[in-house]
Write a protein that binds this ligand. Structure first.
Ligand SMILES: N[C@@H](CCC(=O)N[C@@H](CSC=O)C(=O)NCC(=O)O)C(=O)O
Length: 285
C-alpha cells in the first residue's frame, strides 16, 4: 500500500546547470494527489537554497511557468530554488468543476473553500502556505527562507499569502494580479461558490481589504502590469490596490509597462527584475 508521505518523481530534466523535477504526492490538506514542479540549481549541493514559490493563473498547472517564463537561467546563477504548485486540486468531479476556464479545476484561487462540495478538497491556501513548504523543506536541499510571486489569479494568491502571514515570506511580487477579487467577475464567481454569499467572508482573501486591515507588517509589493492587458480594467484593477496602499502608506512599486499584454511573453520580459528583487530580500544578491 502506498505511504501517504511518499513523493513520486514523475520526471527530471537538466536545465541551466540544475534539475527541473516534477513530483506528485498525496496532500493531506487537499485530500488529493498533487503535482508540482521544483527547480533546483546545482548549487543546492553546496548549501541549502532559499525558495521562490510561484503561483500560476487560471488554466495553468505546475508547468506553465518553467516552460514559458525564462526564469531558470538567472535562478541558477542566483542560487534560487523555484517551486510551482498546481492551481487547484485534481481528480474530483464536482458539478460544474470542469465546465468553465475561470472556475473549478485550474481555478482554485488560493483560498480555503468553506462551501460544499468545494470545502472537501479546495484548500489551496493552507496547501500553499503550510503543507507545501513543509514537504519541500523535508525532501529537498532548501532552507526555510522563502519568497512568493505569481501571475493573475496567482498574483492574487501571492499577495494574500504574504499579507496574511507576516514574517513568513521575505518578499512578494506579482505580475498582473487580480488585486480586488471581491469587486471583479472572476473573483465574484469563484468566491460566491467557494466561500458563500456573505461578502464579509471574502475580505479575508482580498488583497485590497488585507492592506487596509494589516497591522503588523508592511512588506513592500512589487507589481508589473501591462497597459495592453485585455483583463486590466474589468478583472485586475491595479488602481484599487494603489488606492488601498496609499490610504495606509503600504509600500507599493506598481510598474505599468506600455503595450504589454497578459501573457507569458510579458512575464518573460520582466521576470529578471522580480528574481533579483527576491534574491536581494533573501540575502543572496
Ligand atoms: N481563456 C483563455 C485565457 C486564459 C489565460 O489567459 N490564462 C492566463 C492566466 S489568467 C488569470 O489567472 C495564463 O497564464 N494562461 C496560461 C499560459 O500559459 O499563457 C485561454 O484559455 O487561453
Amino acid at each position: 500500500m502506498e505511504q501517504d508521505i511518499a513523493i513520486e518523481l514523475l520526471s527530471q530534466t537538466r536545465v541551466s546547470n540544475g534539475w527541473l523535477k516534477r513530483i506528485s504526492h498525496h496532500s493531506t490538506t487537499t485530500k488529493s494527489r498533487m503535482t508540482l514542479a521544483i527547480y533546483l540549481p546545482d548549487t543546492a549541493n553546496d548549501k541549502p537554497l532559499p525558495v521562490l514559490y510561484w503561483l500560476s493563473g487560471l488554466t495553468c498547472n505546475d508547468e506553465n511557468f518553467c516552460q514559458k517564463a525564462g526564469a531558470l537561467k538567472l535562478a541558477s546563477e542566483l542560487g534560487l530554488a523555484i517551486v510551482c504548485p498546481d492551481t487547484s486540486p485534481r481528480g474530483t468531479d464536482y458539478p460544474g468543476e470542469h465546465d468553465s476556464w475561470d472556475f473549478g479545476s485550474a481555478a482554485g484561487f488560493y483560498l480555503n473553500a468553506t462551501q460544499a462540495p468545494w470545502s472537501e478538497t479546495y484548500q489551496m491556501y493552507d496547501y500553499v502556505v503550510t503543507e507545501l513548504p513543509s514537504l519541500i523543506e523535508q525532501n529537498f536541499p532548501v532552507s526555510d527562507l522563502k519568497s512568493i510571486s505569481g501571475h493573475s489569479m496567482g498574483g492574487h494568491g501571492a499577495l494574500i499569502c504574504a499579507l496574511k502571514n507576516p514574517g513568513h515570506y521575505r518578499s512578494v511580487s506579482a505580475f498582473s494580479p487580480v488585486t480586488n477579487p471581491s469587486q471583479c467577475p472572476w473573483g465574484e464567481k469563484a468566491f460566491s461558490h467557494y466561500l458563500g454569499s456573505n461578502k464579509q467572508a471574502w475580505e479575508a482573501y482580498d488583497a485590497c481589504e488585507l492592506i487596509r486591515t494589516s497591522l503588523t507588517e508592511r512588506l513592500p509589493l512589487l507589481i508589473d502590469q501591462g497597459s495592453a492587458d485585455s483583463f486590466l480594467d474589468v478583472q485586475l484593477k491595479p488602481d484599487n490596490l494603489k488606492q488601498a496602499c496609499e490610504a495606509v502608506n503600504h509600500p507599493l512599486t506598481l510598474r505599468v509597462q506600455p503595450e504589454y499584454d497578459h501573457s507569458y511573453y510579458f512575464i518573460s520580459t520582466f521576470i529578471d527584475d522580480h528574481l533579483k528583487h527576491h534574491a536581494t530580500a533573501l540575502g543572496i544578491l
